[in-house]
Design a protein around this ligand. Structure first.
Ligand SMILES: Cc1cc2nc3c(=O)[nH]c(=O)nc-3n(C[C@H](O)[C@H](O)[C@H](O)COP(=O)(O)OP(=O)(O)OC[C@H]3O[C@@H](n4cnc5c(N)ncnc54)[C@H](O)[C@@H]3O)c2cc1C
Length: 550
C-alpha cells in the first residue's frame, strides 16, 4: 500500500516490524525483498511521486568547491536518485574488501566480501543482466578492445561495465509495493529524529514529519536508507541529543569519499581503431569496455584502484568537427545541469560561450550524421525501454582522450558536519567538506605514467600527454557527483567504525544503515550495484534475526 501520514492511524504505523527511512535504490530494494520474505515494512519517503520545492529545501546545505552543492546529484521522490542515475553497474573487486598495506584505512571487516554473492540478484533488480564482467559476456569469440590488448596483460586487463535500463526503482517497483499487504509506503513524510533509550542502545521511536506536524512512532527495527548524506545527517542529529553515542565521534560523519574523475591525454591508434561504442551482451544489455591494472600490479606500485576508459572529445570544443556533438552541445541547455560538466570535460560554461557559430557550422557541414543521430536518438534513446546510455562519437583523427576514475583514500578530514541553520522541518542542514588527498593525486599521476609505459609494449598505440600538465590536471580532478560514501563506515569495533559487518550500528540493538555511507573503502566502481547488494543482504539478515527472536 502507498499512502500519506495524515490519513494513517498511529496503531497501524506501529504494527510494522521494520521501519525503513528513504525509498531510493536501497530502501525500495530492501522493502521489496523483505516483503517477499514475509516481513511487514513501513517505508518512509520524504518526497512524493515527484520532487517538489518544499523537499528541495531539506537538501540545501554547504559544500566545499569543487564538490557539487548538496541539492545537486540527489533527488527526493519515490525512487530517489534513480530518477537521475546513468545506470552504470560495476561490482567492487575482491581486493577492494581486503586490507591493502598501501591504502590507509583499508580492509572491510571479515565476512564483508560475502556481499559479492548478492551481485547476481542485485543485477536483476537493476535490469543489468548476469554477473559476468569479462568480454566473454559479448559472446564466445569476442575480440579484445584492440588486437594488441592481450600484450598488456597481466598488468593491465580488459573488463566491461554493464548498464541498467536505466531503471527508475520507483517506477519498477511501484505496482508491487502498491499491491503488497506487507508494506506501507508513506510519501511526503520525513524522518527527522531517532529517539533512543537513555543508554542509547535501542531506538525506541522515530519522529516523522509531513510538513504539518511531527508525530512520534514506536518502532521495532529501523533501517536508514536515505542516501549517503541523509543517513549520516540523521545519525548526526541523533548523536547531538544522545550522550551515550559519544563513542561515534571517531568515525561518524568522517572519511567522506567521492570518486575522482579526470579526462586527460589521449590514446593515438595507428591503423586499426579500437572498439569504442557500446555493445550488447548476449542477453541484450548495453555494456562498455574499460581497462584496469591488476590487484597485484596496484599493490606492487602502491596504486589506488582505478579504471581507464576511452572517451569522446570535449563537446564544448567545436574543433572536434562533429555535427552530432555540436547538436548535443547546443541542445544541452535543456539537459540536467548534472550532465553539463561531463559534456564540457569540466570546462567552465562561460569559457565556452561564443562558440555557437562554429558549432552551427559543424551541424551544417555534417548534416547527414546529424539526421542519422536524430533517428537513433528517437528510437534508441527516447522511445526505447532499454536506452543507449549516452552518445559516443569518436574523434575523427584516431585519438581517444582517457577518462580516469579512481578510488579515493578514506581521509578522516573529509567529512559531513551539521550546520546551525535548520531546514523547514527543524533539521540542521549539512556541510560537506571534500578535497583530494596528496596520495590521491600521487596515485593518479603514477597511474598515467605507468599506463603510458604499458602502451609502449604495443606497436599500434601510444598514450600521449604533456608530462608537465599532469600534476595540475590531477590536482584539478573533479569529484564524481552522486557517489556519497564512507561517513558511517563499516568495521569491527566502535573505535574504527559506525556499523558492523551486518550494517548494524555498533551497540544499538535495532538500528541498521543501508547506504554507501557504510563503505569502508570506495573502489572505482559506481556505488549503486553494491548499495542494492548490501540492501538485499540486509533483508536476509533482518529476516533471520526477526525469525530467530520469534
Ligand atoms: C546524474 C547522476 C548519475 C548517476 N549515475 C550513476 C551510475 O551510472 N551508476 C551508479 O552506480 N550510480 C549512479 N548515480 C548514483 C545513484 O543514483 C545513487 O548511488 C543511488 O541512487 C543511491 O541510492 P540510495 O537509495 O542510497 O539513495 P537515493 O537514491 O538518493 O534515495 C534516498 C531517498 O531517501 C529519501 N530520504 C532521505 N532522507 C530522508 C528522511 N530523513 N526521511 C524520509 N526520506 C528520506 C530521499 O527523498 C530519497 O528518495 C548517479 C547519480 C546521479 C545524480
Amino acid at each position: 500500500m502507498i499512502g500519506y501520514l495524515h490519513n494513517t492511524k498511529l496503531s497501524e504505523l506501529e504494527s510494522y516490524s521494520v521501519c525503513v527511512i528513504g525509498a531510493g535504490a536501497s530502501g525500495i530494494s530492501l522493502a521489496v525483498k523483505l516483503s517477499r520474505l514475509g516481513q511487514r515494512v513501513l517505508l518512509i519517503e520524504g518526497g512524493d511521486w515527484n520532487e517538489t520545492p518544499e523537499v528541495v529545501d531539506a537538501y540545501m546545505g554547504e559544500a566545499t568547491a569543487p564538490h557539487p552543492q548538496t541539492t545537486e546529484f540527489r533527488y527526493q521522490r519515490f525512487g530517489g536518485t534513480t530518477h537521475l542515475w546513468g545506470g552504470r553497474c560495476v561490482p567492487l573487486d575482491a581486493h577492494d574488501f581486503a586490507k591493502r598495506s598501501h591504502v590507509p584505512e583499508s580492509g572491510w571487516p571479515e565476512g564483508a566480501g560475502a556481499i559479492a554473492s548478492y551481485y547476481d540478484v542485485a543485477l536483476d533488480y537493476c535490469d543489468a543482466g548476469v554477473n559476468n564482467f569479462t568480454i566473454s559476456a559479448f559472446g564466445p569469440n569476442t575480440k579484445p578492445i584492440f588486437t594488441e590488448a592481450p600484450l598488456l596483460a597481466p598488468a593491465l586487463n580488459e573488463y566491461i561495465e554493464r548498464y541498467s535500463l536505466p531503471t527508475d526503482f520507483g517506477k519498477k517497483f511501484r505496482q508491487e509495493l502498491t499491491d503488497s499487504t506487507n508494506v506501507l509506503v508513506l510519501l511526503r513524510t520525513r524522518c527527522v529524529s531517532l529517539n533512543t533509550s537513555a543508554a542509547g542502545d535501542v531506538v525506541e521511536s522515530v519522529t516523522l514529519h509531513d510538513g504539518q506536524q511531527p508525530l512520534e512512532v514506536k518502532v521495532k527495527q529501523v533501517v536508514l536508507a536515505g542516501g549517503g548524506i541523509e543517513s549520516t545527517r540523521l545519525m548526526l542529529v541523533t548523536r547531538q541529543k544522545t550522550p551515550a553515542w559519544q563513542w561515534m565521534d571517531t568515525s561518524l560523519g568522517k572519511y567522506y569519499a567521492c570518486h575522482y574523475d579526470l579526462i586527460f591525454g589521449a590514446l593515438r591508434f595507428k591503423g586499426e581503431l579500437p572498439v569504442f561504442d557500446f555493445q550488447k551482451t548476449t542477453e541484450g544489455i548495453y555494456a562498455r569496455r574499460k581497462l584496469q591494472f591488476s590487484s597485484e600490479f596496484q599493490a606492487e606500485h602502491g596504486l589506488l584502484n582505478a579504471a581507464f576508459r576511452l572517451h569522446f572529445p570535449a563537446y564544448a570544443d567545436p574543433s572536434h568537427g562533429s555535427g552530432v556533438m555540436s547538436t548535443i552541445f547546443l541542445a544541452k541547455s535543456i539537459l540536467k545541469p548534472e550532465y553539463q560538466a561531463i559534456l564540457n570535460h569540466g570546462v567552465n560554461q562561460t569559457a565556452v560561450r561564443g562558440q555557437s557559430i562554429k558549432h552551427l557550422m559543424n551541424v551544417v557541414m555534417d548534416i547527414g550524421s546529424v539526421i542519422g543521430f536524430a533517428f537513433n536518438w528517437l528510437f534508441k534513446i527516447k522511445l526505447a525501454k532499454r536506452r543507449i546510455p549516452y552518445t559516443l562519437v569518436a574523434n575523427r583523427n584516431g585519438t581517444y582522450p582517457i577518462e580516469f576514475n579512481s578510488e579515493q583514500v578514506s581521509d578522516v578530514n573529509n567529512q559531513i558536519e551539521l550546520l546551525k541553520e535548520c531546514d523547514r522541518f527543524g533539521m540542521p542542514r549539512v556541510s560537506v567538506q571534500w578535497r583530494m588527498t596528496a596520495q590521491d593525486i600521487a596515485s593518479g599521476i603514477k597511474s598515467f605514467n605507468l599506463l603510458q609505459k604499458q602502451f609502449e609494449k604495443t606497436k599500434a598505440c601510444r598514450l600521449e600527454f604533456e608530462p608537465q600538465a599532469l600534476q595540475k590536471a590531477m590536482e584539478n580532478a573533479l569529484p564524481v557527483g552522486g557517489h556519497h560514501m564512507g561517513t558511517t563506515r563499516m568495521g569491527t569495533a566502535p573505535n574504527d567504525s559506525v556499523v558492523d559487518v551486518n550494517c548494524k550500528v555498533h551497540g544499538v540493538k535495532n538500528l541498521h544503515i543501508a547506504s554507501a555511507s557504510v563503505f569502508t573503502t570506495n573502489s572505482h566502481a559506481n556505488p549503486t550495484l553494491t548499495i542494492v547488494a548490501l540492501a538485499l543482504r540486509l533483508a536476509d539478515h533482518l529476516t533471520q534475526s526477526v525469525t530467530t527472536k520469534e
